[in-house]
Write a protein of this length. Structure first.
Length: 390
């Protein structure tokens, strides 16, 4: 096993970094849990000191009060400044570790007549709770234990210090072993979770997008469109249908492979014209809703559908669709001198609560384009005389 993989708990650097977000969130959660427990214990100890109960005396009140304050401040910061604590996760991890281990060392000094127990408990808790780098974390635990042993021989009798040294030697070996074992198991779980998440993403993408064009498939397109209509905003919106002209002849004369290529290029041209050709498929459906993007889908065969937003009036819509039609007409594919298509679109208003009604209007406008000579754009709100030809 290489030093690098040992330092990353048996995984390579790339795998460790891929799990970094889960490591950070896990560390933060464990720090909060451990500091909460630590705060609660010290609050009780402080009360016992004030009341002189269970062998605690008020001479140690300041010690427990200081650590109650430190734990309380750290807890507040973690709870109310979550972004900062995530960004500086390593810093808070080591602060929490140093606070608790220093507490164990000082608590041992304050009870020189007794073998230490709290330090060993805290050592194991820190070892099994926090994920960092194996070598760095081991060095911190070892340095802390050496300090503990040194203070034990300084402030305690030889027999008690010898007992502390024996216990600490066993506990530090156990802690380092548990640290590696626990954190390797956690990272293994993170890796499996990432793989499962990737599989889920792939399945969701396959169920939402057309494999040939990378456009939304019919079901996902209408699902998003219905969600937008339910929100009832005042934005200007348009639904557009387009159908390739002479697509059957392309398949019959040039073959289905050329037909598939024509459909693929049409999808790419639509995305480029809408300005959404570069997108992450996993987050794209949410971005459509959140950022009010225009989006397109493939209905099947050579039929496409576009939901347009971000324009102010029908003139701007015609300009956009004219650009799209022009771009398609400029495509040279094998023996094809341009791709021709018929367009039909309709404006969506506040009364359009059902996307099916808007679809019907756009479909009627599309057939006006077909009957009027093809390769043109028509609106359901206008007559065929207002058609836009390229």
């Amino acid at each position: 096993m290489s030093e690098n993989s040992f330092d990353n708990y048996g995984y390579n650097k790339e795998t460790y970094q891929d799990c970094k977000d889960l490591i950070v969130s896990t560390n933060r959660k464990h720090i909060i849990i451990l500091i909460s427990w630590f705060l609660t214990v010290n609050v009780f100890y402080l009360i016992f000191c004030i009341l002189n109960l269970f062998g605690f005396t008020n001479t140690h009140t300041y010690f427990y009060a200081i650590y109650v304050t430190l734990a309380f401040l750290l807890e507040l910061w973690l709870l109310f400044f979550s972004i900062a604590s995530n960004q500086h996760n390593c810093f808070f991890l080591y602060i929490a570790t140093v606070v608790m281990l220093s507490y164990g060392i000082i608590e041992s000094i304050l009870r020189p007549y007794m073998p230490a127990t709290m330090y060993h408990i805290l050592l194991i808790l820190c070892a099994v709770s926090f994920i960092d780098k194996m070598i760095r974390m081991s060095m911190l635990l070892i340095i802390s234990t050496i300090t503990f042993i040194f203070t034990s021989f300084t402030f305690k009798t030889f027999s008690i210090a010898y007992h502390d040294t024996y216990s600490a030697s066993i506990v530090i070996i156990l802690s380092i072993g548990l640290h590696y074992t626990f954190q390797r198991t956690r990272i293994t779980q993170f890796v499996l979770y990432k793989k499962d998440l990737h599989i889920q993403k792939e399945l969701q993408i396959k169920s939402s997008f057309d494999s040939l064009t990378s456009l939304l498939n019919r079901g996902k397109f209408f699902s998003i469109a219905k969600e937008i209509l339910r929100r009832k905003d005042d934005d200007y919106k348009v639904l557009c249908l387009l159908d390739l002209d002479g697509f059957k002849q392309i398949n019959d004369q040039l073959g289905h492979q050329t037909g598939d290529k024509a459909i693929q290029i049409t999808g790419k041209t639509i995305l480029q014209t809408l300005g959404t050709e570069d997108f992450d498929k996993w987050s794209y459906p949410e971005r459509i809703i959140r950022e009010k993007l225009s989006f397109a889908g493939r209905l099947g065969g050579d039929e496409f559908i576009i939901f347009i937003r971000g324009k102010n009036n029908q003139s701007e819509i015609k300009k956009l669709l004219s650009t799209l039609l022009h771009n398609m007409n400029e495509i040279n594919l094998y023996e094809l001198n341009g791709l021709h298509a018929s367009f039909g679109f309709t404006e969506l208003t506040s009364s359009d609560t059902d996307i099916d009604n808007a679809y019907k209007r756009a479909d009627e406008a599309l057939y006006i384009s077909k009957r009027s000579g093809k390769n043109q754009i028509n609106s359901a709100e206008n007559t065929s005389e207002d058609s836009c030809n390229i």
